[in-house]
Design a protein around this ligand. Structure first.
Ligand SMILES: [Zn+2]
Length: 207
């Protein structure tokens, strides 16, 4: 791991401080850093002057050689610096997406199915819960007892709703991928925008 620092102006007391960052994480070499990702500690700045605590997103590449994937958090919009390799690459834009993507890839879940499912959940939520703001939907792990994937819907009124995608439904959607060559095109940004575009281009459950 390359350990480095970046200057940061504390938003509370306005003093200039030094923030220790991890721009590159090789999880097989530094397995202890994984916890720091999931609890966001590697993105947490605590001001030594005033104690202010904030999360700071910065360019960070995560490599898992055992599971053959890389997830790059790119905060400045420029993805040219992301090195290509033989690993499956995913580019994300926020800390929450970074954490979620690593969890999905580690669990061997097809993130394309997850993003499509989230759009279906969004539609369902808007229909059933009119007037409640939906802030985001995040993967919450596998529930082997109930043979399903768990999702958390974060709402504007601070209420967290749980949703599940059964392994059976997941498999049904997965099968449809085989008949849609467009879906398997190389793309490293699999997110909400990708899912909307894919659904608009004709991929749907009833087609
Ligand atoms: Zn401060």
């Amino acid at each position: 791991m390359k350990n480095t620092t970046m200057p940061i102006n504390c938003p509370a007391c306005c003093t200039e401080q030094v923030f220790k960052i991890c721009p590159s994480i090789d999880v097989q070499k530094n397995p202890d850093l994984k916890e720091g990702i999931f609890n966001r500690d590697i993105f947490r700045f605590i001001c030594p002057e005033c104690g202010e605590e904030i999360l700071v997103a910065y360019n960070c590449t995560y490599i898992d050689r055992d599971n053959n994937f890389m997830v790059a958090l790119v905060t400045d919009g420029d993805t040219a610096s992301v090195e290509t390799s033989n690993y499956t690459l995913r580019i994300v834009r926020s800390i929450n997406e970074f954490v979620e993507k690593i969890a999905l890839m580690e669990d061997g879940i097809d993130d394309r199915i997850v993003e499509l499912y989230k759009i279906m959940l969004e539609d369902q939520f808007e229909e059933e819960r009119q007037g409640v703001e939906l802030l985001g939907i995040y993967y919450g792990g596998q529930d082997f007892e109930n043979k399903s994937l768990v999702f958390y819907i974060i709402t504007g009124n601070a209420e967290n709703v749980r949703a599940i995608l059964s392994f059976d439904t997941y498999e049904t959607i997965a099968k449809q991928f085989d008949t849609y060559p467009e879906m398997t095109k190389h793309c490293s940004e699999i997110n909400r925008i990708w899912a909307i575009g894919t659904l608009q281009s004709g991929f749907s459950e009833d087609s």
